[in-house]
Every structure is written in structure tokens, then in C-alpha cells.
Write a protein that binds this ligand. Structure first.
Ligand SMILES: [Zn+2]
Length: 200
């Protein structure tokens, strides 16, 4: 091997990141070694600071730098409208449409019988409590249109059926079995606008 140990170690670290294969990792190391020590330090500092300072919003589960995320702090948004998503990347996909002006509730998962993830593990009581206390009038369920997303949606609809709140689910313009985060902006906008009521 003609490359120093440090090079190989760094390339292996970068290569373990999602979407980066061994060749791309090597190319990144070549690029990084070409930068000034100052630039490298700034990159390392940004990584550590992001890890140290970014947490989950205490209200909705989105990324936040303080207690509340940017969306929860935005007073121009409709606090009576709540969109339930599985992951932050789903929230990001919906934000990209620019049409949704309500708040979110990020589950950080979905009901998954095989992985033994049930309503308790998902903290669904926290969602119900939020609806009781935050004056929510509509909950839009935007879980993925696949098996686990469907049972999660059904469970939430049932849980909320006792509360005085309208429960809808985004339309199935998103192909069955696919994932929200990969839907294009047009499809997702249509899915939001053509949402339908769900009976619990
Ligand atoms: Zn938030």
C-alpha cells in the first residue's frame, strides 16, 4: 500500500457515511488534504458544534438549537393544524412544497410489529396530550403509504377518535409502498391538498 495509514483511516471514516463509496471517500481525502489547516479546523469545529448544539424540539421533535425549533417559534404558522410524520426528513419534504403552514409532530419511527415497536415506544400519548392542550383542530397524518405507515395511521386515528379533532390523511397520490421523502413537490402538494377524513 502506497498510502499512509492516516489517509486510509480517514478514507474509511468518510466511506462509512451514507452515499459515499470507497472511491468517493478517497477523492474527498485528496480534496481535504489540499485545503489549509484553518479550513480543515473550521470543518471539524462545525461538525462538533452541530452535534453538540442541535437537539430535538421539545414540542414537535424537529431539529432545534434551543428548546423550540424554528417552525414552532414561527408565530405566523397555524397552531391549530398538526401534521404527523415519521421522520424529520419527511417534515423536510413537506416544507419543500411551501404550501403547508401548520405545525408538526415527528414520531421518530412508526409502529412496526416485527421490530416490536408499539404505540408506547412511539410516545403516542404525547401526541394525544398535545392535541388536548394546544388547541389543535385538525391532525393530518402523513405517515408513509406502506404497511407500517398504514397501521401507524390507523392507530393514531383510533387514538384521536375520542378527542374533539378532525383527523385526515394525505391522499394516496404518493404511490403505494413508496416513501414520502422521495415524492416530488407537485405530488406531495396534491397529496396534502386532497387529504381525506379518517375514521378511528
Ligand atoms: Zn418544533
Amino acid at each position: 500500500m502506497f498510502l499512509p495509514r492516516r489517509f486510509i483511516e480517514l478514507s474509511a471514516k468518510l466511506g462509512s457515511l451514507p452515499g459515499i463509496g470507497p472511491k468517493a471517500a478517497d477523492r474527498l481525502v485528496f480534496y481535504l488534504l489540499d485545503q489549509s489547516e484553518e479550513d480543515i479546523r473550521a470543518l471539524a469545529d462545525a461538525l462538533v458544534a452541530a452535534k453538540r448544539e442541535i437537539h430535538f424540539c421539545t414540542r414537535c421533535g424537529n431539529f432545534a438549537q434551543g428548546n423550540l425549533c424554528e417552525i414552532c417559534q414561527d408565530l405566523s404558522r397555524d397552531g391549530g393544524l398538526l401534521c404527523v410524520v415519521e421522520e424529520i426528513r419527511d417534515l423536510a419534504a413537506i416544507e419543500k412544497t411551501g404550501v403547508y403552514r401548520g405545525l408538526y409532530h415527528v414520531l421518530h419511527g412508526r409502529i412496526d410489529p416485527i421490530a416490536r415497536v408499539g404505540p408506547e415506544e412511539l410516545g403516542l400519548n404525547r401526541l394525544a396530550n398535545r392535541i388536548r392542550t394546544d388547541g389543535v383542530h385538525e391532525v393530518i397524518i402523513a405517515t408513509n403509504p406502506n404497511f407500517n405507515g398504514d397501521i401507524t395511521a390507523m392507530y393514531i386515528a383510533k387514538l384521536l377518535s375520542e378527542l374533539n379533532v378532525r383527523v385526515t390523511r394525505i391522499a394516496t397520490g404518493i404511490p403505494k409502498g413508496s416513501e414520502l421523502e422521495f415524492a416530488d413537490v407537485f405530488t406531495l402538494t396534491q397529496a396534502l391538498e386532497k387529504r381525506t377524513d379518517v375514521q378511528g
